[in-house]
Design a protein around this ligand. Structure first.
Ligand code: KG4
Ligand code: ZN
Length: 346
C-alpha cells in the first residue's frame, strides 16, 4: 500500500492527476485497478483459470457468474490497497469491448453505477487499446509513433500508431490468434489451459529445429498472419512420435510462432519507416519472443518497448491508463454508451 495517495485534481484542461478506477471483465480475469498520474496505486486480479481448466477453454456462463461474485470484493481490496475511499475516485472506467457480452456487461454496469452514485465521469475503454498502449505505461512517455504488435488469446494485430487514438491497422490473423495457437497445441499435448506459459517453460533447453512447423504467410508480402496450420501440423506429427522429448516439441512449435511474429513486425517497421516497436498482450510474456525481439531490434537499431509482464496478460491498470489519457483530452463517455463484444480498434 502506498504511504499516501497522490493529490488529485480533476479539472479538464488544468494540471491533472485524476485518480482513475478501472474495471476489466472482458474475458476470464476479473480485474480492478486504481491509477493516478502514471502510478499504479492498486491492481487487483482474480483469475478464473482454475474454473475454466476442466473445460479446456473459457465458458462464457462460468465467466460471468464469477465476475459477479468477484467484483465487489475486488473493488474493496483495490481501495484498501490504494489507501483511499471510493468517494476520492475522480473517474470510473471499464472495458466496453471487445469480449464476452455478459462479462463485459457486468464490469460496465458496475463502473456506470459507481460513476452515477458518486457523481463522477464514466469512460468506456477499448480492451485492445489498453494492450496496445501498455508498453508505454510506467515509462513517463506518451504513445509515440511506432509499430504496435498485440498478441493475445483472442487477437493478433499489427498496428501503426501515430499517437493516442490515432491508429491504422496494418494486418491481423486470418484464423487463430497467436495465443490460441499455443492454447490449441496445449490441448493436443494435454497441458493445462491456458497452455502458453506451460509451452514457454517446457521449451527451455529443447531443440528449436528438431521439428519443422509451418511459418505460414511469412513471405506473403503483407502484414497478415495465419496460425491455424500449426495445430494441424502438430496433430499429424503426434501419432508418429515415439518417446520424443516434449521439450523439443515445445521449443520447435514456439519457434515457428516467434519467427513469424518477429519477421512481420520488423518488416512493418521498415516499410513504415518507424524506429519504435511496442509489443503487448498475453503472448508478449513469452520468454523466447522477448529474447528474439530484443536481438532483432538491437540488430536493426530499433527501440523495443515490451509491456511489463504484469501488464501483458489481462489487467485493469492498462484500462485505467487509457482512461486517464482520455480524461486529459476531455473525452468522456455517456452513460448510455453500450458494450460492444466486437468492438474494433480502428
Ligand atoms: O492478453 P491475454 O491475457 O488475454 C486476451 O486478451 O486474450 O492473453 C492470454 C493468452 C493465452 O492464449 C495464453 O496462453 C497466452 O496469452 N500466454 C502466453 C504466455 N503467457 C500467456 N503465450 C506464450 N507464452 C507465455 N509465456
Ligand atoms: Zn487481453
Amino acid at each position: 500500500m502506498p504511504d499516501s495517495a497522490p493529490e488529485a485534481s480533476a479539472v479538464p484542461g488544468g494540471p491533472v492527476l485524476p485518480r482513475v478506477m478501472a474495471i476489466e471483465t472482458s474475458c476470464d480475469e476479473t480485474a480492478v485497478a486504481i491509477v493516478a498520474g502514471g502510478s499504479v496505486l492498486a491492481s487487483e486480479i482474480a483469475s478464473q483459470v482454475q474454473l475454466h481448466q476442466p473445460y479446456g477453454g473459457v465458458v462464457p456462463e462460468v465467466a460471468s457468474r464469477s465476475h459477479l461474485t468477484q467484483l465487489k470484493p475486488l473493488i474493496g481490496r483495490a481501495v484498501e490497497a490504494a489507501g483511499i475511499g471510493l468517494e476520492q475516485i475522480d473517474i470510473f472506467a471499464a472495458t466496453s469491448g471487445p469480449g464476452l457480452a455478459t462479462s463485459l456487461m457486468l464490469g460496465v454496469s458496475t463502473a456506470k453505477g459507481l460513476a452515477l452514485g458518486f457523481g463522477k465521469p464514466y469512460i468506456a475503454v477499448n480492451h485492445l487499446e489498453g494492450h496496445l498502449l501498455s508498453p508505454f505505461f510506467g515509462t513517463g512517455r506518451e504513445a509515440e509513433p511506432c509499430i504496435g504488435l498485440i498478441v493475445s488469446g483472442g487477437h493478433t494485430l499489427l498496428v501503426k500508431v501515430e499517437g493516442v487514438g490515432n491508429y491504422k491497422l496494418l494486418g491481423r490473423t486470418r484464423d487463430d490468434a497467436a495465443g490460441e495457437a499455443f492454447d490449441k497445441a496445449g490441448k493436443l499435448l494435454k497441458l493445462p489451459y491456458p497452455a502458453g506459459p506451460h509451452i514457454d517453460r517446457l521449451a527451455v533447453g529443447g531443440s528449436r529445429d528438431r521439428f519443422d512447423f509451418p511459418r505460414s504467410m511469412i513471405h506473403s508480402g503483407d502484414f497478415n498472419f495465419s496460425f491455424s496450420g500449426l495445430k494441424t501440423s502438430l496433430r499429424y506429427l503426434l501419432p508418429k512420435l515415439e518417446g520424443e522429448s516434449i521439450h523439443d516439441i515445445c521449443a520447435s512449435f514456439q519457434e515457428a510462432i516467434v519467427d513469424v511474429l518477429v519477421r512481420k513486425t520488423l518488416d512493418a517497421a521498415k516499410s513504415e519507416r518507424l524506429r519504435i516497436i511496442a509489443v503487448s498482450g498475453g503472448v508478449s510474456c513469452n520468454t523466447r519472443l522477448r529474447e528474439r525481439f530484443r536481438q532483432a531490434c538491437d540488430e536493426s537499431g530499433i527501440e523495443l518497448l515490451l509491456a511489463d509482464p504484469r501488464l501483458c496478460t489481462d489487467n485493469a491498470a492498462m484500462i485505467a491508463h487509457v482512461a486517464a489519457r482520455r480524461f486529459r483530452s476531455g473525452e468522456f463517455s455517456a452513460l448510455d454508451v453500450d458494450i460492444d463484444p466486437n468492438l474494433a480498434l480502428v
